[in-house]
Design a protein. Structure first.
Length: 255
């Protein structure tokens, strides 16, 4: 093809047809420019398709990760609800001056449980290392950034504070008022691997004295409030934000 165009140019020049040669040269330039524009257009289309496929992959990965987080935290929240119930039972027994029952040792044991929700940030970290703008929808991208930023800062702070609260109580309250920390049925749990089979126990050294213990009562009443603000409220926020993002992802994937 190139030889063909060269032959035409050579013939026009050799025949001294300058006007026709200039028209031909301009036409050839236009054809070259059109060819370049077509090539660029095809390349841009290919790049857009590549980015679109990459975005779809990320959206699907985010969806699966968020669904997994919700499922895990929903199951664990059932376990946490036992802690909330145990706090109420203990407060009722102590404030109503009820006699000691053997089942109370499990309720005392449960109040030592800490909270570790699961929010897997692997997909978000991978997106950050690539380019956050891969998610083309500004609103969805901002929700993802807000969710994972919240989970790594404010939520983490709540988790750490609650864990610290239990650790401080273990060192300053439980150690002088109970026979042992986290004594319980480990053998059954080791056999099944089911967390539900792990029943923690704490037996008070003197239950009647404990009922009059202002420091312990202050801790127990405060624990109920900490449980609400740092666990229940945060747990609801996890599920609400994650569910909202999943809905937005589904809408985006339909496009």
């Amino acid at each position: 093809m190139i030889k063909f165009f060269r032959k035409i140019r050579f013939n026009l020049m050799s025949e001294n047809k300058t006007g026709k040669y200039l028209k031909y040269a301009i036409g050839e330039i236009i054809l070259v420019v059109i060819g370049i524009l077509i090539a660029l257009s095809i390349n841009n289309w290919n790049e857009k398709e590549k980015l679109k496929r990459e975005e779809i992959r990320y959206l699907n990965n985010f969806k699966q990760s968020l669904i997994s987080d919700i499922e895990f935290n929903t199951v664990r929240s059932d376990r946490y609800s036992l802690t909330k119930n145990s706090i109420s039972i203990l407060l009722n027994h102590i404030e109503q001056d009820l006699p000691y029952q053997d089942s109370l040792k499990y309720h005392f044991g449960r109040i030592t449980q800490t909270w570790r929700p699961k929010i897997n940030s692997d997909v978000f970290d991978a997106l950050k290392s690539n380019d956050l703008n891969v998610i083309s929808n500004d609103s969805l991208r901002n929700k993802l950034i807000a969710y994972y930023s919240w989970s790594s800062t404010l939520l983490k702070d709540d988790i750490d504070r609650y864990v610290q609260l239990i650790e401080d109580a273990s060192s300053n309250i439980f150690n002088t008022r109970f026979n042992a920390l986290w004594q319980g049925n480990y053998k059954k749990w080791e056999m099944t691997g089911n967390i539900e089979d792990l029943e923690l126990e704490m037996i008070p050294n003197d239950y009647d004295e404990l009922k009059q213990d202002k420091a312990f009562l202050y801790f127990l009443r405060s624990l109920k409030n900490h449980f609400y603000w740092k666990i229940e409220v945060s747990q609801k926020s996890i599920n609400k934000q994650a569910s909202d993002i999943i809905k937005n992802i589904d809408v985006e994937l339909k496009h």
